[in-house]
Design a binder for this molecule. Structure first.
Ligand code: ADP
Length: 512
């Protein structure tokens, strides 16, 4: 199997490597723990063994001395007394020899370690070897420091290393002073070469690591496939995403049925696609609408100019053409201004210059114009102003917002109808209601009227609408962190509600 270059930088590979490292470290740690623990237990056991052996020798020697003293007094056979009638009698030159050999028979060795030999050495009080249970080639003299401590009456446990042809041979020993009639007499030492123990420990370590290696290989193999399976939806998603182009934004990627992070990623991606598609469609729609809106006045102007230029005209005719061309140009200018305004909001809607202002004053100002405008339809305009409605806002844009709403309330009102404006403070917000008695808005249209260039029925709107008024109103409200809603009964009227956060300065005064 040839692995692609990508494999080594893939998450799959990284997780795999991390897993192997973590597992190896953990197993190594536990192996060492087991090793140290076992080593300690073994050494402790050996120490106990040495101690027991020294004690045995000591009590035997003491018994021997006692028997010897008794025999000296009575003239009997102390050896036969002590060993139950054994015939051999030790020579006078090595009085401990038999005792020591008797006590260090191989069957007295530790049954758990049949290859572990315990040696007994006897030193005189100068630290020189007097006797030994086995041929003792290396251990002739007791170390000075140890001798010193032994002579003080301590039981000294220590590790040593004897030189040999194969390097130094490690061992452990326990030495103790024997006292006879109140005088330091001999030193008994039990000693074990540690080679077999070391070999046993080494074997344990090798076994532990060999088994761990097998576990690591098996577990890593398993983890590799597990990770591969877990991440395979990601590969699948990548392939699907790669196939999504601007012309098929309606495609959605398949969400794995796992309810995990990857499923959430897929869902989020689909949501993003949906938003993108919506925005793409609305961009396209906007371009179509803009072209359409700009085309109509331009066609009119062009037609008028062409007709006028066909022959010589009177000054009055030229003036009339220019006048109507000017009207169309003004209309064009308004569309372009509004579009620019919306584009600005899209870019820096939140960077408006804000100041605290009283909405009641602002509304009263706008209503003066609206009253004039409403006279054409004989509209009654009323304003119920609550307590000073202070908000933090941009005066120019807020005026635009309410002017758009109020102009619509005139535009879509019926002859002799009315407009009612109410401002009131609700907790942390100022609520402005603009109610009219006009044609109303069908329920299915209520969501869409805030979209750019959306007009319910072009025929019913008077000629000067572009479908931008409410989308501007919504952008202004959003930039002020407010909210806009509409309620309407088709045929009898519409109410727009705008909530804006109370100005901070005012808020401070009213709550403290
Ligand atoms: P327009 O320039 O067409 O007025 P708007 O964005 O201001 O554009 O409004 C969008 C549509 O919402 C309008 O075409 C109109 O049909 C509907 N509309 C807005 N305000 C009212 C209202 N007060 N009464 C009835 N319909 C309204």
């Amino acid at each position: 199997m040839r692995l692609p270059q990508f494999f080594f930088s893939s998450i799959r590979f990284k997780i795999f490597i991390l897993y192997v490292i973590a597992l190896s470290l953990t197993l190594t740690f536990f192996n060492l723990l087991i090793y140290w623990n076992h080593k300690e237990v073994l050494e402790h056991k050996i120490d106990l063994l040495l101690d027991a052996r020294v004690q045995t020798v000591e009590s035997a020697v003491l018994t021997y001395w006692k028997a010897e003293a008794k025999a000296a007094k009575s003239g009997g056979n102390w050896f036969a007394d002590l060993f139950g009638g054994a015939q051999k009698k030790p020579g006078p030159e090595d009085p401990y020899d038999t005792v020591i050999r008797y006590l260090t028979y191989d069957d007295l060795l530790s049954p758990a370690h049949d290859n572990l030999r315990i040696f007994i050495d006897v030193f005189n009080v100068d630290g020189n070897l007097v006797d030994s249970s086995h041929s003792n080639r290396g251990f002739k003299v007791l170390d000075k420091a140890i001798l010193h401590r032994v002579l003080q009456g301590q039981k000294v446990l220590y590790a040593f290393a004897l030189p040999s042809e194969k390097g130094r041979v490690p061992g452990r020993a326990l030495a103790k002073l024997l006292v006879r009639d109140g005088r330091a007499s001999q030193i008994v030492q039990a000693r074990v070469p540690m080679k077999p123990i070391r070999a046993e420990l080494r074997e344990l370590l090798v076994k532990l690591f060999a088994r761990s290696a097998a576990v690591i290989v098996l577990a890593s193999w398993g983890s590799f496939f597990l990770v591969k399976r877990t991440l395979s939806p990601v590969d699948q998603m990548t392939r699907m995403i790669r196939n999504i182009k601007p012309d098929n934004l309606d495609k959605r990627i398949q969400v794995p049925a796992t309810a995990d992070e990857i499923a959430r990623l897929a869902e989020t991606f689909n949501e993003m696609l949906m938003r993108l598609e919506k925005s793409f469609l609305s961009q396209r729609q906007i371009i179509q609408d803009v072209s359409h809106e700009l085309k109509t006045p331009l066609t009119i102007v062009r037609g008028q100019i062409e007709v006028t230029l066909k022959k010589k005209r009177s000054a009055a005719e030229y003036e009339e053409t220019l006048q109507s061309a000017l009207e169309e140009v003004v209309k064009l200018r308004r569309i372009v201004d509004n579009l620019l305004l919306l584009a600005k909001f899209d870019n820096l809607g939140l960077l408006l210059e804000m100041k605290t202002l009283d909405l009641n004053v602002l509304l009263e100002d706008i209503l003066q114009d609206i009253r004039l405008l409403g006279q054409e339809k004989s509209l009654r305009v009323s304003f119920v102003a609550g307590e000073p409605a202070r908000v933090d806002g941009n005066e120019v844009y807020l005026e635009r917002l309410f002017r758009n709403l109020l102009e619509n309330a005139v535009k879509y009102n019926s002859e002799g109808g009315s407009i009612r404006v109410v401002s009131e403070t609700e907790a942390d917000t100022v609520k402005v209601t603009i109610e009219d008695t006009g044609v109303g808005i069908p329920p299915q249209e209520r969501e869409k009227i805030f979209d750019r260039f959306y007009r319910i029925d072009r025929a019913r709107a008077s000629g000067d609408g572009f479908g931008l008024g409410l989308s501007i109103a919504k952008s202004v409200v959003d930039a002020h962190k407010g909210r806009i809603e509409v309620q309407s009964t088709p045929g009898s009227g519409t109410a727009f509600f705008v909530w804006l956060p109370v100005g901070r300065a005012h808020h401070f005064l009213s709550t403290h």
